[in-house]
Design a protein around this ligand. Structure first.
Ligand SMILES: Nc1nc2c(c(=O)[nH]1)N[C@@H](CN(C=O)c1ccc(C(=O)N[C@@H](CCC(=O)O)C(=O)O)cc1)CN2
Ligand SMILES: NCC(=O)N[C@@H]1O[C@H](COP(=O)([O-])[O-])[C@@H](O)[C@H]1O
Length: 239
């Protein structure tokens, strides 16, 4: 059984998408063993409890009062490692993770970001994209799932998908369209990482890519780096 730890800070709609997909066996042989939030009021904690998934509130503030942020990251990594996870998912986790965390955890870390690779790194990405569209600076935005490295939202793209913006879109309308895409692409990315893969020969990778093309709508493969998936695994074997 593949073990997944999910880090959240808010509503948890993406967490819910993972929970629902696992309950529908769309991510076979996998379970979320722990949901961690740095915010006590995060509704995602309620979502987890409703599905009998363990939760942990892990606030940063006590560390700012008496310890250091680096110690927060080290202690957080210890909690995560205690789950012996196969995958760590940042699903609306709103804290920058230092190398203290990234070098301590023993599983790959992936993040869902509401922008395309190289665009709107950081927070409020949807809002910034909406404004940029209105200023004529962009024609569309998108969503990506990427490997987490110290540089923010700069890790290797696992999956990304373009999300159209329409002239009549309010920010809320764009947010809704983005969230629908997020829920789908995050589950697709987790599936592709956790589903056992054929031996990593080049021919097998190409075959796998062909399989993926059959499994995933073409639009999901835009910016795909599936050929690098073997590289992703090898890079992350120690994490
Ligand atoms: N080392 C990394 N850590 C994190 C990444 C990453 O790619 N590398 N992704 C983020 C998620 N994220 C964007 O996708 C993001 C979240 C939050 C911030 C940020 O500036 N956080 C501030 C606090 C902001 C707040 O409290 O509202 C901070 O941590 O001081 C940037 C990017 C998750 N971590
Ligand atoms: N930079 C990270 C970031 O902006 N993440 C974003 O936080 C939201 C969490 O929603 P949720 O709590 O409903 O899953 C999502 O829109 C996600 O892309």
């Amino acid at each position: 059984m593949k073990r997944v730890v999910v880090l959240i800070s808010g509503n948890g709609s993406n967490l819910q998408a993972i929970i629902d997909s696992m309950e529908r066996k769309e991510v076979p042989n996998a379970q979320i063993t722990l949901v961690i939030s740095n915010k006590k009021e995060a509704f995602g904690l309620e979502r987890a409890k409703k599905h009998n998934i363990a939760t942990k509130y892990f606030p940063l503030k006590p560390y700012l009062d008496s310890k250091t942020r680096s110690q927060f990251d080290l202690d957080l990594a210890q909690v995560v490692n205690g789950e012996t996870p196969d995958l760590i998912v940042l699903a609306g986790w709103m804290l920058i993770l230092s190398p203290n965390f990234l070098d301590s955890v023993k599983a790959p870390v992936i993040n869902l970001h509401p922008a395309l690779p190289g665009q709107f790194a950081g927070t409020h990405a949807i809002e910034r994209a909406h404004s940029a569209y209105q200023e004529g600076k962009i024609q569309h935005t998108g969503v990506m799932v990427h490997r987490v490295i110290p540089e923010i939202d700069a890790g290797e793209t696992i999956l990304s998908e373009v999300v159209p913006i329409h002239p009549e879109d309010t920010l809320e309308a764009l947010e809704d369209r983005m969230h629908q895409t997020e829920h789908r692409i995050l589950v697709a990315a987790i599936r592709k990482i956790l589903i056992p893969r054929v031996a990593s020969s080049s021919r097998a990778e190409i075959k796998t890519f062909d399989n993926i093309q059959e499994e995933c709508p073409k639009r999901l493969l835009l910016h795909s780096s599936y050929f690098n998936l073997g590289k992703f695994f090898s890079h992350n074997s120690g994490r």
